[in-house]
Every structure is written in structure tokens, then in C-alpha cells.
Design a protein around this ligand. Structure first.
Ligand SMILES: O=C(O)C(=O)C[C@]1(C(=O)O)C=C[C@@H](O)C=C1
Length: 334
């Protein structure tokens, strides 16, 4: 697929999805991933230097689904995958949580090694110019399921009762509507996607909130020697050392035991660890049993290992998804 000297990064395709833009805009995640002490502190462009020090060029390739991106990391055909985890307006990306639940143990070597926050601005896009007065001619809308909830007010105001078609990505939605010159279909996607598929932006910034932001996780294969140096290196003495770390774990508890979840959570409390997210998905073993996902933040070189060992000892099943450098530029901001 690509030559072995390039770093292979997969994203939700086709071109110009938001996942793709993480890599286009987001050298900073590669900065966090690839930052290693050996390169010169005097480099003018440290981000580029980080990439150079990694010694590889980056080859991007699209996956048709998040499932395919997870598989690409597991079977070592991608070094990294960029996967949306949560959106500040619409909440958790359930498809991603279901892959992280990994009920069939298909992704046993997949681990999280970084994160990236992308401000997401949506546009209404069509294959021909349509004025606001003509919106009534649009009978079908296309986008990724996550985007509907991010543009709810706009859709309620302008497109109540109009058919909605889920598609695999916002860029796919744009590709579809770009071929329709009747003015009867429209997509919700980025301006970049409209430009990429020569489609028309009918309206910009249709998201409910101007601060609409999606957090993406960066995945790698824990067995891969190709990316071993890119995992969060807790021994580094560079910029990265001072930044907060995040750790994601998934676990199941004994559901019939009263207080089992409270016991699990109190492990974090007793070690003074702040939880930054908590999610659950059905276990699929029995109705009303859940897999829980917890993220906590901690300072470098903290006793996180002891905390996790304690948690593991009281859980029915347990998985450590990895530790990475907090991607927020400043606490509480994006
Ligand atoms: O469809 C895309 O463009 C994606 O990258 C997926 C995705 C998501 O699943 O959250 C990413 C960012 C936006 O929140 C909307 C869609």
C-alpha cells in the first residue's frame, strides 16, 4: 500500500472529512506523539523537526468506516488511525465506544497514544446554488450521524420533516450531493469538503454552537516497533513532560453486587485522580449489563499504575487503553 519508510495514517474517508482535517491541520498531535528529546531545541519549526526526527514522511489513506480504521491498526496496515471520540455539542461518538468495547477481542493490540481537538464548523452544501428562499426544494439531507445533533437548531428551523440520510462521513455526503444538480439534496459538511468536491456552500456556520469541537483519539498498535517511539514517553525531558496525562480504561463490574460501581469510582477518588469522562455501552452478554469507560487525568510520573492495579483487582474485566499527553492547549479551553 505504501512504502515502509513512510508513517501510514488512516482517517475516515473519503478526502476532506473532519477526521482527515485533523491530520491536515493537526501537526500538533504528531508533535505530541513524535516529540522526543534528541532533536535540537533551537529548531525554528519544532513541529516539523519532530516529524523529521521521527525520520519518516506521512502517508495518509482513507478508511470507509471506523471499523476499518481499527482493523488497519490491528493488522498493522496503518501505523496510526484518527478516530472521533466525543463532540462538545453532541456528546460521545457511540460507534467509537462500541469499537472500544471490543466484545469479540478483535482489536487486542490497539491502544490510544494521543488526542487532538478540532473546532468543527458545518456548512449546508449542494450540487447547485440554492437560495434560502428556495430551501423548500431540498427534500433530502445527507451527513454523518454525529453531525445532525451538532446542527439541531438550524435543522429544526429550516428542514423540519425533511428526510435525513445517514452516510459514512460528512465528506461522503458532500461527494453524493455534488453529483446532484437538481437542487433537491444537500449535505452537512465542511467548507473544505465543498471545495474538494466542487460543490456549493449554501450557508456557513450552521452548527448550534460556535465552540463546537470534536475530540479525536490517535490509535496505534502496541506491538508495532514502527510506532514504539511515538507513544507517550514519560522519560522525556522536553515540553511534553510538564503536561497532564490522560488514561482511558474500560471495565465491567459485578452488576448484582450493590455499590460495585461506586467502589470502582472510589479508587480514583482515594488516589486523588480527577475523572474527565465516563461512558457506558451494553455488554451484549446479558441485557442491562454494561461496559464502562473512564478517562482520568494525572500528572507525569504519578502513581497511576498502583491505582489501576487496585481497580483491576475489583473489576470483573478490565482493559487499559493507554496513556497520552493531554491535547488541550490550556486547561478548560480549546
Ligand atoms: O464525517 C466526518 O467528517 C468525520 O470525520 C466524523 C465526525 C464524527 O463522527 O464525529 C467527525 C467530526 C464531526 O463531529 C462530525 C463527524
Amino acid at each position: 500500500m505504501t512504502n515502509s519508510t513512510s508513517t501510514r495514517v488512516t482517517f475516515l474517508g473519503p478526502s476532506a472529512s473532519f477526521s482527515h482535517q485533523v491530520r491536515k491541520h493537526g501537526l500538533s498531535w504528531s508533535y505530541n506523539l513524535f516529540y522526543r528529546a534528541p532533536f535540537s531545541e533551537t529548531c525554528i519549526n519544532k513541529k516539523q523537526a519532530a516529524l523529521n526526527s521521527f525520520g519518516k514522511s506521512v502517508k495518509l489513506f482513507p478508511s470507509v468506516s471506523f471499523t476499518q480504521a481499527f482493523s488497519a491498526v490491528q493488522n498493522d496496515s496503518a501505523d496510526y488511525a484518527v478516530i472521533p471520540f466525543e463532540n462538545s455539542t453532541n456528546g460521545s461518538v457511540v460507534q467509537t465506544l462500541d469499537l472500544l468495547a471490543d466484545r469479540q477481542r478483535l482489536y487486542k493490540d490497539v491502544t490510544v497514544c494521543g488526542e487532538y481537538f478540532l473546532t468543527v464548523h458545518h456548512c449546508l452544501i449542494a450540487g447547485k446554488p440554492v437560495t434560502k428562499e428556495e430551501y423548500g426544494s431540498i427534500t433530502k439531507l445527507y451527513t454523518h450521524p454525529q453531525a445532525w445533533g451538532q446542527c439541531d437548531s438550524f435543522l429544526t428551523k429550516n428542514f423540519t420533516g425533511v428526510e435525513r440520510q445517514d452516510v459514512s462521513s460528512t465528506s461522503k455526503a458532500t461527494e453524493i450531493v455534488s453529483k446532484d444538480t437538481t437542487g433537491q439534496t444537500a449535505a452537512i459538511a465542511s467548507r473544505l469538503a465543498a471545495e474538494n468536491y466542487n460543490a456549493f456552500v449554501l450557508e456557513e456556520n450552521i452548527e448550534d454552537r460556535a465552540d463546537n469541537t470534536t475530540r479525536f483519539l490517535i490509535l496505534r498498535n502496541i506491538q508495532s516497533a514502527r510506532t514504539a517511539n511515538a507513544s507517550v514517553n514519560l522519560a522525556d525531558n522536553g515540553v511534553a513532560t510538564s503536561k497532564t496525562r490522560k488514561t482511558l480504561i474500560s471495565f465491567m463490574i459485578e452488576h448484582s453486587s450493590p455499590g460495585a460501581l461506586a467502589d470502582a469510582l472510589s479508587v480514583f477518588k482515594s488516589h486523588g485522580l480527577n475523572l474527565t469522562s465516563i461512558n457506558s455501552r451494553p455488554s451484549m452478554l446479558r441485557p442491562w449489563q454494561y461496559i464502562f469507560f473512564i478517562e482520568c487525568e494525572h500528572v507525569p510520573n504519578s502513581s497511576i499504575h498502583n491505582t489501576l492495579e487496585e481497580l483491576k483487582s475489583i473489576c470483573k474485566s478490565y482493559r487499559d487503553w493507554g496513556t497520552w499527553i493531554d491535547g488541550l492547549p490550556f486547561p478548560g479551553t480549546v
